[in-house]
Design a protein around this ligand. Structure first.
Ligand SMILES: CC(C)(COP(=O)(O)OP(=O)(O)OC[C@H]1O[C@@H](n2cnc3c(N)ncnc32)[C@H](O)[C@@H]1OP(=O)(O)O)[C@@H](O)C(=O)NCCC(=O)NCCS
Length: 468
């Protein structure tokens, strides 16, 4: 960091000049990366002071049950980009989804937020202007080239491979482009980790729509590909390259990419990206690891499971529009077979997911009479009381995955195995802006303590001290 920047940081920290003055100057130059660094340096000073004064304060206790039960309720991570409230749902840097829909810049004639704006918000910590969002769109356009060997690697997989397998394989093939890995091998100064991580993150995000669309067209559309359109925004271009030109589908993609982007730090995909990144694995390695987690049916794959489950129900009942009673019977059958009702329940949330509600509102505006979408709404009225009556489920309400597939099917995207790829493209915005923060804050390698049951028994018998 040069001397001027250090001076600015100190002045900002001492509140002698406002951040808006600094922002204005930097925005005029269009340098989001520098603004990020200034914010991060101020945060670094703040965190150091905070730890100096309060570092020994206890923030919770851990029970034996918690370490056997998925560490639920243990606070053990810092993730700056978003925070999940059990009742309210997700807040991105303090803003709820309805607030984002209102406050983030939109495409011309659109009414859904551009996810470029959410990325800016998560990275910088404040709302972007239209100019900022347009700037990110053009940066991502510029960086979106995907080298041929990535497509060749995807092509080497059988067409029957799951789209998530193709996606993660494509991202791993793209790892050849990691500047962090190259520079680290040459001997990179610790102070520069954040800068190259930021550049790698911008490159990767920019390239993901092309990889996703390539997989879609390869697997489902006779391997006939569509070239990117340099005039479109990130989500609009994804829709275009997949072959969907309907303006309202592009709006759906903007909404989809915004609401799936982040869900604080402890979920499997965010935590995995952060954990793998803590070993100084580059952006490509860390993100691919996280997306392998998203591909699990209890996490992101639930969106494909929901539509599969509804299609199976329609087939079995021989109707496109099952009644609520028929739905209730089918739910009972699912539970009796020892299966979960996909799209319902959550590890943290304790009410209807606002991401479900945002999609329901989109459905009411764009497709109020669609039979599948109406079935999703009827399931919403039927499932929670049944799950509640079991007495063991902590959250009987729908999550984001309960709705997303039905909106995609409305536009003809019936290939539900592909849905988690869309989720992954969106999730990159959250986990990679977080990884930039991990690097700039110099978070160390993550290494919690684990124990064996034998050690637990000795401890219970008083034969072993609590572990360090
Ligand atoms: C999301 C999920 C993994 C959270 O798991 P969790 O934190 O362990 O949830 P709970 O503490 O409420 O689970 C308590 C019990 O209820 C069951 N349960 C939770 N959600 C259920 C559902 N949708 N259908 C049936 N049973 C469910 C659990 O399997 C568990 O049963 P067990 O004690 O017999 O093992 C879980 O709700 C689930 O599997 N949902 C369906 C898949 C899904 O939609 N995933 C996407 C999440 S965004």
């Amino acid at each position: 960091m040069n001397e001027n920047k250090l001076k600015i940081n100190t002045l900002v920290y001492q509140q002698k000049i406002s951040l808006s003055t600094v922002n204005y100057q930097l925005k005029k130059m269009g340098i989001i990366k520098d603004l990020f660094k200034i914010k991060a340096d101020a945060a670094n000073i703040e965190i150091k002071d905070l730890l100096k004064e309060h570092g020994n304060k206890k923030i919770g206790e851990v029970t034996l049950a918690q370490i056997y039960q998925g560490m639920r309720g243990i606070t053990g991570l810092v993730t700056e980009t978003s925070l999940l409230d059990t009742q309210e749902g997700i807040r991105f840097r303090g803003y709820t989804i309805p607030e984002l829909q209102q406050k983030l810049p939109k495409a011309p004639d659109g009414d859904q937020p551009l996810p470029e704006g959410l990325f800016y918000l998560m990275l910088i910590g404040e709302l972007p202007t239209e100019e900022d969002v347009n700037h990110i769109t053009s940066v991502w356009q510029r960086r979106s080239h995907v080298p041929n060997h990535v497509f060749a690697t995807i092509d080497a997989l059988p067409i029957t491979a799951h789209p998530m397998t193709m996606f993660v394989t494509g991202v791993m093939a793209l790892q050849t482009e990691s500047n962090f890995a190259k520079e680290y091998a040459k001997g990179l100064n610790k102070k520069d980790y954040w800068s190259i991580t930021y550049d790698d993150a911008m490159d990767l995000i920019a390239r993901l729509p092309r990889i996703a669309a390539y997989i879609y067209r390869r697997k489902y559309k006779n391997n006939e590909h569509i070239q990117p359109n340099g005039l479109l925004d990130w989500s609009g271009n994804l829709a275009h390259m997949m072959g969907y030109e309907d303006e309202s589908f592009k709006e759906l993609m903007r909404l989809y990419m915004t609401i799936h982007a982040d869900h604080e730090g402890g979920n499997v995909s965010a935590h995995t990206t952060h954990l793998v990144g803590s070993a100084l694995s580059d952006v490509y390695l860390s993100y691919a690891a996280g997306m392998n987690g998203l591909a699990g049916p209890l996490h992101g794959l639930a969106n494909q499971e929901v539509i599969k489950w509804i299609f199976e129900m329609q087939k079995e009942l021989d109707t496109q529009s099952p009644t609520k009673q028929q739905i209730a019977n089918y739910v009972q059958k699912t539970l009796t077979a020892g299966k979960v009702v996909p799209g319902y329940g959550h590890a943290v949330l304790r009410k209807t997911d606002p991401r479900f509600t945002a999609q329901m509102e989109f459905g009411k505006k764009h497709m109020p009479n669609d039979p599948l979408v109406n079935t999703v709404w009827n399931i919403y009225e039927t499932v929670p009381p049944i799950l509640q009556s079991l007495g063991k489920i902590k959250n009987p309400w729908p999550n984001v995955d309960a709705h997303s597939g039905s909106l995609l099917v409305h536009y003809g995207m019936v290939e539900y195995e592909f849905y988690t790829v869309l989720f992954s493209v969106s999730r990159a915005l959250g986990v990679l802006s977080s990884l930039c923060w991990d690097r700039v804050l110099n978070f160390p390698i993550e290494r919690p303590k684990s124990v064996t049951t034998a050690a637990v028994k000795l401890w219970l018998e008083g034969k072993e001290e609590i572990w360090e």
